[in-house]
Design a protein around this ligand. Structure first.
Ligand code: NAD
Length: 350
């Protein structure tokens, strides 16, 4: 039987641990905020070394989702779930128990696929709860919308730095050419830019370089490439004490989550005169895509693509705020999101 225990965490609306010994489920669901709407965030399966490590991760990720949704103007809050374990524990029983756990939040938490969970797993979760998005036959692969959103954020940032949004004559160094980075590379070259790519999968980098007429470098050389834009599209933590001094770019704009190793690295980029397009502002296309499943009328790719245009507008607002308040763009993005959340929480809201 599923046993649910609440873990009180300051600053979070509800955090629960769920254990079902029969299926082997050991999971945590964290709802950071529902001020703007139900908390949406993926279900991650990861071999955490301890409960503490899993809790730290789910709290960080849930809070990040609140900020991403708020910045994107979506009527969604932030939440996340993590299952402790690796792929070997996957079973229908496990995802059914997880479905019950999701359902126990009564719609305050909406789940979706994430690292190590697949659309098929969400299909099993959906047999126990209707609070699931990203199911087969609905919004589908989010990567093209994420790449497009990141590209729109890039255009806004180029305009701010260079006076116009054109890619002609610009070189973009792209770290990681997986699902998003490969499409982003094509958007850049189709707009007249040149790409230099790197990937720990050399074959993937070679393929994208060939397809786009660009070039490739080793992954450890990508930060030092002579370029206008550095685009982290691999894993988090790419911007840190070791890499920031090596950057030659004037702009950083990529799709990876958690690009700044620590918040202070946003200020470090500013001090070096590099304009950083905050990750959760420009990579919100996937969230915008899946959000479209929840709006009246159901999913429409056309509507999702239209809505993703808001990323350019939001990016411009954040760049303007950073300039006006003389702060770095990552702090401006946080304030931008917090303003929207505070407005939603205001008692006299109409
Ligand atoms: P992916 O796994 O398809 O691609 C990541 C690529 O990065 C892979 O090809 C991998 O080999 C490469 N890589 C890993 N470490 C590297 C390194 N040190 N140097 C160079 N290359 C490296 O993932 P994706 O879906 O393209 O997502 C990329 C990033 O964008 C992730 O951080 C993800 O969390 C974020 N993101 C993705 C989406 C989406 O819609 N897919 C939405 C929001 C954010």
């Amino acid at each position: 039987m599923l046993q649910i225990t609440e873990i009180p965490v300051e600053g979070y609306e509800k955090v629960c641990r769920g254990i079902d010994t029969a299926s082997g489920l050991h999971a945590i669901i964290a709802v950071h905020s529902t001020a703007l709407g139900p908390a949406l965030g993926g279900m991650r399966l990861w071999p955490y070394e301890s409960l503490d490590q899993a809790l730290t991760d789910v709290l960080r990720l849930a809070r990040g989702m609140t900020y991403k949704a708020a910045c994107s103007g979506l009527d969604l809050g932030g939440g996340k779930s993590v299952i402790l374990g690796d792929n070997s524990i996957k079973s229908d029983d496990l995802f059914e128990a997880m479905g019950d756990f999701v359902d126990s939040f009564g719609g305050d938490y909406i789940t979706a696929e994430d690292v190590n969970t697949k659309v098929e797993d969400m299909g099993v979760v959906a047999t126990r709860s209707k609070h699931v998005v990203g199911l087969a036959g609905k919004s589908g692969n989010p990567s093209p919308v994420t790449a497009m959103g990141t590209f729109l954020g890039l255009q806004a940032t180029l305009e701010d730095v260079f006076g116009d949004s054109s890619l002609v004559g610009k070189t973009v160094a792209i770290e990681g050419v997986g699902a998003v980075g490969s499409i982003y590379s094509k958007l850049v070259t189709e707009a007249g830019g040149t790409v230099v790519v790197a990937d720990i999968r050399g074959d993937a980098a070679r393929k994208v370089a060939e397809e786009t007429g660009g070039s490739m470098v080793d992954p450890d050389a990508i930060h030092s490439v002579d370029c206008d834009v550095f685009a982290p599209c691999a894993l988090g933590g790419s911007l840190n004490d070791e890499t920031i001094p090596r950057l030659k770019a004037k702009v950083v704009c990529g799709a990876a989550n958690n690009q700044l190793l620590e918040p202070r690295h946003g200020e470090q980029l500013r001090e070096r005169g590099i304009k950083y397009a905050p990750d959760y502002v420009v990579n919100a296309g996937g969230l915008i895509n899946v959000y479209n499943e929840l709006v009246p009328g159901g999913y429409s790719e056309e509507r999702a693509m239209k809505r993703v245009e808001s990323i350019r507008v939001n990016m411009k607002a954040i760049l303007g705020m950073a300039r006006a308040e003389d702060i770095c763009t990552s702090v401006a993005a946080d304030r931008f999101a917090e303003t929207r959340i505070q407005e939603a929480l205001a008692p006299n809201r109409t």
